[in-house]
Design a protein around this ligand. Sequence first.
Ligand code: HEM
Length: 440
Amino acid sequence: MTNVTKPLEPIQTGLLKSMRYMKRSYNNPLEHGQDLRREYGNVVMQKAGKMRIVHLFGADAHKLCLLNQNQTFSNKKAWDMIIGRVFPNGLMLRDGDDHRYHRRLMQAGFKSKAMQGYLAQMIPQVKTAVEGWAGQNEKLIYPTFKQMTLDLAASIFLGMNLGDDADKINNAFETTVAASMPRIPFAFPGTLLWRGIKARQTMCDFFLPMIEQRRSGEGQDLFSLLCKATDEDGNGYTDQEIVDHMIFLMMAAHDTTTSTLTSMVYALAKNPQWQERLLAEMDTLDLDDLTTDALGSTTETDWVIKESLRMYPPLSTLPKMSNTEFEYEGHLIPAGALVITYPIHTHYMSEYWDNPETFDPTRFGPEKAEHKRHNYSWVPFSGGAHMCIGLHFANMQIKLVLFEMLKNYSWHVPEGYEMPVQQSPISKPKDDLPMTFVAR
Ligand code: HEM
């Protein structure tokens, strides 16, 4: 039998249903995706004014969009539309050869020697940040992690104590991030986007004058490494490129890591037997002389992090823009469409996962190995050329914080508590996740 390829027709929805869809796709992309797929199948096109929005479901769709053979899809065009006003020219907002070149230079900041240096710097800071939580009832864990990851970013990424500038830069950074996906996409004075653009300028003004000195200095922080990174011909980033990358990197690292730490700590509170299992695994490590290799050698801790990322991927959807017309499952999809794939939806598909609603880290173990059913069924870090460059950094930071917590406390939530999750733009608890800590 031959597959007939036919142009994909947009679904017809009245104004009210379209508005409901828009709201739902923002508030609850998992349920929205599940409903769309149930009603229309794996390939769905919507009209939004002149724009075509195409939703593709399943692991094959991730494979198509993330492998991106023939450069069918543009990351730049999609992300420029979403966060381009406040994070222009970040690595994720580049395509093709330009992207490859910038990514190769950026690797200088993620080599194993650099990572070992970051680890050594992070250890005492994480220790201090996790002190004094014993006996705290209903400690709001989400803002706690948010502050912690921001402080760590300042010292590890920038290699400095912000001193008198701390409030100014923290506020500018917070405003920039908040403005990255505003509900009102216009920059009128007073709107969030307008404040975000101004805050971005504050950060540019802060970084630019430091570059000269960082280029010639001995610093091993990420900022200094990017300033000194060169290709085989001795060419490096321009000053403005360094600033653009730094601002993007701080955003890319901050909310995603906060989100993962939060959902993992929640899952462990609901499943306290896993706190004990991870404590036992942690005891096999030499915590006084931690290396990146030792941190990378854990097994069950990795399952728990992976399972938390499966159930609560910080980025629930991945947008791309089609450069050219393409075919998928017998449908012809036009150029210029915003093509969205759904990690959160794939992570809950029973085709790939047994009892997907259940927290079960052993599904990543050798016996079940559910993640091996399809190479693109678990995609919290995306894949292909744009796969997260900071994933090892994130894993390292998450494990450090987790071990420091396990060493000092057990933690729990009240019987019957369910974390209310806001899935977009980055997954987070609506109630900041109140948690109770007990000293070990
Ligand atoms: C658990 C934490 C994290 C998650 C879940 C995460 C997730 C992602 C995802 C899904 C993408 C790809 C988006 C796309 O396909 O367009 C991405 C890209 C990126 N991430 Fe992460 N990220 C995390 C932590 C970090 C950290 C800690 C850093 C920096 C230290 C970082 C830096 C980046 C950069 C620079 C890109 C762009 C890569 C490229 O386009 O080549 N991320 N991340």
